[in-house]
Design a protein around this ligand. Structure first.
Ligand code: ADP
Ligand code: TPW
Length: 580
């Protein structure tokens, strides 16, 4: 039955249901209880109705941050985070987040209103005209459009499955304005909705693949386990811990995998990273890609003679995507399946009398680690004035140690790189950061999502440039009274504050207004703003923020000469920039 065939004027309205409500019912039926949105035509009423229907509606000031919140919620909960935007410009603003979610394998659904199909397709110039489906397609895992009310249930079901099954990612769902106002008979409408059964089915690795992996691991003299954010996402924390502890193999967590096991675990090799990567002979990748963050699995980082040469390691790769293996270097033993199933199968295959790695290897790793940790402790004990990244991050480090349940959101260049190595994490999925793209602008969106989905304290450690990308969302944080403490590492610019323009009076491209009072931005909306010039001031303000749960922004003044251009990835700058 087509919706157009049953205009509400000719039916008893109590027996009809419209597209708005079908959509909300379909989301609720699939346990989606929060929407991150920015209202406007054609979704204003939809956002109101969502609230009326008991869905939590978090309204943002810019769609990118609503989208980032949906993506982070997806990562934290294994349910697709839902973002809703208006047509054309709102949709485009949300698209960066959708693409970033897809790149990072976070499940989210961007639902966008769109203009009249007839007018868009003939390019007759509608209000906010744009062929959104075509634009979204290359940037996400799947893209769908629903034209009839009776297909809304299928549309949501397809979107949910596409977002969370296999390798998770972003899904675009296009809803032309007309659809929302369509009506259909209520009972038929109810029957048209689908509750998705087993949206992310377990994927069990083949027995022969498990056997191959176990044999290879058995032959290793210098094995290493590398945990990526796919392992964090999988919520197979007990299995991963059992693999590490039963095997006795040193492990390295990628930044968002920190805390699956506490960073203080005796087998954690983070402080010996540059030693273990080139030295290891068999590496078990668990939900981690050999992309740029791991130097593509080859070159000097891995002990190769030149930037393109293999280091000689053999790899076991656990990944849910069957096409990930061999994307950079040969994978000797691919294990395709979900982390929980693959790690359980490995554990079973290893049996009960697994020999620990040779002591020569584990003690060499421990020696290197101890040496580096001693050096780090010396650096952290210093108290320079003004503060530098280390002394300020030492305060954050102490706070997370005391409150391991708090979330740490982190972006910037030096602020990111130093925090990753200085701030230990103790619990899984507590660290949210710039991920695979190194994207700036995730800060406030991720912080809102962490607070909304968990109610736990959130500490967002932000470079001053990084903060600027989403800074207006401090109003959102205040409006919903979220327990978020933003710490801006203020060094007067992008990377550093010291650049000079050699050819005029304009500021250099990386300069910001010196001595900016970021804390006043939070005060403007009724939150707490604090200026902190010393570790003691920072520590006091952070204690109060976490204890009170009040929206807080601490403007932490950092030495503008500290840090380096682009942080640890200076070498990725093209040659001309490096000469500076
Ligand atoms: P990192 O940046 O931490 O190294 P990546 O984002 O590069 O991590 O890699 C994550 C990998 O995890 C992706 O290749 C993705 O396919 C995989 N993955 C995501 N979820 C699961 C899961 N449940 N089980 C197995 N692999 C997963
Ligand atoms: C969407 C390029 C990488 S890091 C960074 C920029 C602009 C900011 C560094 O300065 P910040 O940090 O935050 O003050 P710090 O600790 O060094 O002082 N646009 C996007 N993404 C990226 N990655 C950039 C630009 C960039």
């Amino acid at each position: 039955m087509s919706a157009a065939a049953t205009p509400s004027a000719t039916t008893d309205e109590s027996k009809t249901i419209d597209g708005f409500h079908l959509l909300l019912d379909a989301l609720k039926l699939n346990d989606i209880n929060t929407i991150y949105a920015l209202p406007g035509i054609p979704i204003t009423d939809l956002t109101r109705m969502a609230q009326a229907e008991g869905i939590r509606l978090i309204a943002f000031r810019h769609e990118q941050h609503a989208g980032n919140a949906a993506a982070a919620a997806g990562f934290l909960t294994q349910k697709p985070g839902v973002c809703m935007t208006v047509s054309a410009p709102g949709f485009l603003n949300g698209l960066t987040a959708l693409a970033n979610a897809t790149t990072n394998c976070f499940p989210m659904i961007l639902i966008s209103g769109s203009s009249e199909r007839e007018i868009v397709d003939l390019q007759q110039g509608d209000y906010e005209e744009m062929d959104q489906l075509a634009i979204a397609k290359p940037l996400c895992k799947a893209a769908f459009r629903v034209l009839h009310a009776e297909d809304i249930g299928v549309g949501i079901a397809r979107a949910v499955r596409a977002a969370v099954s296999g390798r998770p990612g972003g899904v675009y769902l296009d809803l032309p304005a007309k659809l929302l106002a369509q009506t259909m008979e209520a009972e038929a409408g109810k029957r048209s909705l689908i509750k998705v059964v087993d949206p992310a089915p377990r994927q069990i690795p083949a027995p022969e693949a498990v056997k191959r992996a176990v044999e290879l691991l058995k032959s290793a003299k210098k094995p290493l386990i590398l945990l990526g954010k796919g392992a964090a996402y999988a919520q197979a924390d007990a299995e991963v811990r059992a693999l590490v502890e039963k095997s006795g193999i040193p492990y390295l967590p990628m930044s968002m995998a920190k805390g699956i096991l506490p960073d203080t675990h005796p087998q954690c090799a983070s402080a010996a990273r540059s030693f273990v990567l080139p030295e290891a002979d068999v590496v078990v990748l668990v939900g981690a890609r050999l992309n740029w963050l791991l130097s593509h699995g080859k070159g000097k980082t891995w002990g190769g003679a030149s930037s393109k040469t293999l280091g000689g390691q053999q790899f076991i790769q656990i990944d849910i995507s069957p096409t990930e293996a061999d994307s950079n270097v040969p994978i000797a033993a691919p294990l395709v399946g979900d982390v929980g199933s693959c790690v359980s199968a490995l554990l079973a295959g290893m049996g009960s009398s697994w020999a620990k790695p040779p002591a020569e290897w584990t003690s060499a790793v421990a020696d290197r680690k101890d040496k580096n940790l001693t050096k780090m402790a010396e650096t952290l004990a210093k108290d320079p004035s003004p503060m530098n990244f280390h002394s300020a991050l030492n305060v954050i480090r102490n706070k997370i140690k005391e409150r391991p349940d708090a979330y740490l959101v982190n972006e910037g260049a030096n602020t990111l790189d130093f925090a990753r190595s200085i701030v230990d994490m103790y619990e899984p999925r507590k660290r949210l950061d710039v991920g695979t793209w190194g994207i700036m602008g995730i800060g406030m969106g991720f912080a809102v999502a962490a607070a909304v989905t968990t109610g736990k304290p959130v500490i967002a450690v932000e470079g001053d440039s990084a903060f600027g990308f989403s800074g207006m969302e401090v109003e959102t944080i205040c409006r919903y009274n979220l327990p978020v403490c933003v710490v801006v590492f203020n060094n007067n610019g992008v990377y550093k504050g010291t650049d000079k323009n050699p050819a005029g009076t304009d500021p250099a491209p990386t300069n910001f207004v010196k001595g900016a009072r970021y804390e006043m931005m939070m005060q403007a909306f009724g939150g707490v703003g604090v200026l902190a010039k010393t570790p003691a001031e920072l520590s006091k303000a952070l204690d109060e923020a976490v204890a009170s749960g009040k929206p807080t922004l601490i403007n932490a003044i950092i030495d503008e000469t500290a840090g380096t251009e682009s942080g640890r990835i200076t070498s990725l700058n093209p040659a001309a920039a490096k000469k500076k």
